[in-house]
Design a protein around this ligand. Structure first.
Ligand SMILES: NC(=O)c1ccc[n+]([C@@H]2O[C@H](COP(=O)([O-])OP(=O)(O)OC[C@H]3O[C@@H](n4cnc5c(N)ncnc54)[C@H](O)[C@@H]3O)[C@@H](O)[C@H]2O)c1
Length: 275
C-alpha cells in the first residue's frame, strides 16, 4: 500500500531530471499516485521539441504518468487547457505541485533597484501570479481534501545578494500562499510552500546556486547541503494525508540555514584579529 494509492494530481514545472518538481513526482509515483504533467511549450521552429522531449524521457517509462501537455503560465488559455485535460483524465484531483519561476537574466543579474519595468512584470507574473492563476483554474476540480504545494526560497525573507529580483518575487509568492490558504481553506484545499536550500537545477543555476552551496555547507546547523531526495520526500509529505491540518505554511528544507543569526562556523575560517 502506498500513501498515494488512488490519488491523482498535477505536477507543473518539470524541465528535466534535476527539477525539484521531478524529485517530488518520483516520490508520489513510487507510492501509487497518478500524475498529469506539463512542460514549457517548444518554439514552433524547434523541430526537435526539446522541452517536451526532456520531460517525456522521464514520464514515458512511468505507467502512472497519465499525460504530458504544454503550458506557459503567461497564458490563461493554456492553464485552462491543462486543467480541462486533468478533468477529462481524472475527474477531480487531490494534489497540485507548482514549481515554476523565471526572470529575464539581465534583470536577475543586475541590482534589484535597476530591474526594468518589463522584467519586473515578467518575473512577477511567471514566478508569483502564476500560483494564483493555477489555483483559480484548479479549484473547481480539487477535492475537499486536497493540497497545493509551491517552491520558494529564503531570499524572499531576507536579503540574499545575487538572488535580487527573484527574492522580491518569492516574498510575493509567500504572501500568495498565505492568502490562498485563507481563501481555499473552507473548501478543504490546503496551500503550502517548501523553502528549499540550494540545489543544482536549471533555474538554480540562473539564481546563483553555485555560490550558495559553499555558504550552506559552512553556515547551516547541519553543516551540509540538502539533497533533491530530501525535498522530494518533504514535498510528498506536504501533499499527503500525513500533513492534514497544515496550511499557509512555509516549510524550510534547508539543513536549518534559516535559523542562523550569525555566520556561525563560517567564522572559524576568518583569521582572528590580534587584540
Ligand atoms: N534550485 C534551487 O536551489 C531552488 C531553491 C529554492 C526554490 N527553488 C524553486 O523551485 C522551483 C523549481 O525550480 P527548479 O530549481 O526545480 O528549476 P527548474 O528549471 O527545473 O524548474 C523551473 C521550471 O519553471 C518552468 N517555467 C519557467 N517559465 C515558465 C512559464 N512561463 N510557464 C510555465 N513554466 C515555466 C520551467 O519550464 C521549469 O520547468 C522554482 O520556483 C525555484 O525558484 C529552487
Amino acid at each position: 500500500m502506498g500513501r498515494f494509492d488512488g490519488k491523482k494530481g498535477l505536477v507543473l514545472g518539470v524541465a528535466n531530471d534535476h527539477s525539484i518538481a521531478w524529485a517530488i513526482a518520483k516520490e508520489i509515483l513510487a507510492e501509487g499516485g497518478q500524475i498529469g504533467f506539463s512542460h514549457l511549450p517548444d518554439r514552433p521552429d524547434d523541430e526537435r521539441q526539446r522541452n517536451r522531449r526532456r520531460v517525456s524521457q522521464l514520464t514515458d517509462s512511468q505507467p502512472n504518468a497519465k499525460f504530458l501537455v504544454p503550458m506557459d503560465v503567461s497564458s490563461d488559455e493554456q492553464i485552462a487547457a491543462v486543467i480541462d485535460r486533468a478533468k477529462q483524465e481524472f475527474g477531480t484531483i487531490d494534489f497540485l505541485v507548482h514549481s515554476i519561476a523565471y526572470a529575464p537574466m539581465e534583470d536577475l543579474k543586475g541590482e534589484t533597484t535597476n530591474c526594468s519595468r518589463e522584467g519586473f512584470r515578467i518575473a512577477m507574473e511567471t514566478s508569483a501570479y502564476s500560483l494564483l492563476a493555477v489555483g483559480r483554474y484548479a479549484r473547481g476540480i480539487l477535492t475537499s481534501d486536497s493540497a497545493i504545494l509551491t517552491l520558494t526560497y529564503f531570499g524572499g525573507e531576507k536579503v540574499v545578494p545575487g538572488y535580487n529580483i527573484m527574492g522580491v518575487c518569492k516574498a510575493t509568492l509567500d504572501a500568495c500562499v498565505k492568502y490562498m490558504a485563507f481563501d481555499l481553506g473552507p473548501a478543504g484545499i490546503r496551500v503550502n510552500a517548501i523553502s528549499a536550500g540550494p540545489l543544482r537545477t536549471l533555474a538554480g543555476r540562473g539564481a546563483g546556486v553555485e555560490d550558495m552551496l559553499g555558504l550552506y555547507e559552512h553556515m547551516s546547523p547541519m553543516a551540509r547541503n540538502i539533497t533533491h531526495e530530501e525535498v522530494g520526500k518533504a514535498g510528498a509529505w506536504m501533499l499527503s494525508k500525513e500533513s492534514l491540518g497544515i496550511t499557509g505554511e512555509i516549510l524550510h528544507v534547508d539543513a536549518g540555514y534559516n535559523i542562523m543569526g550569525s555566520p556561525g562556523r563560517l567564522l572559524d575560517l576568518v583569521p582572528k584579529q590580534a587584540s
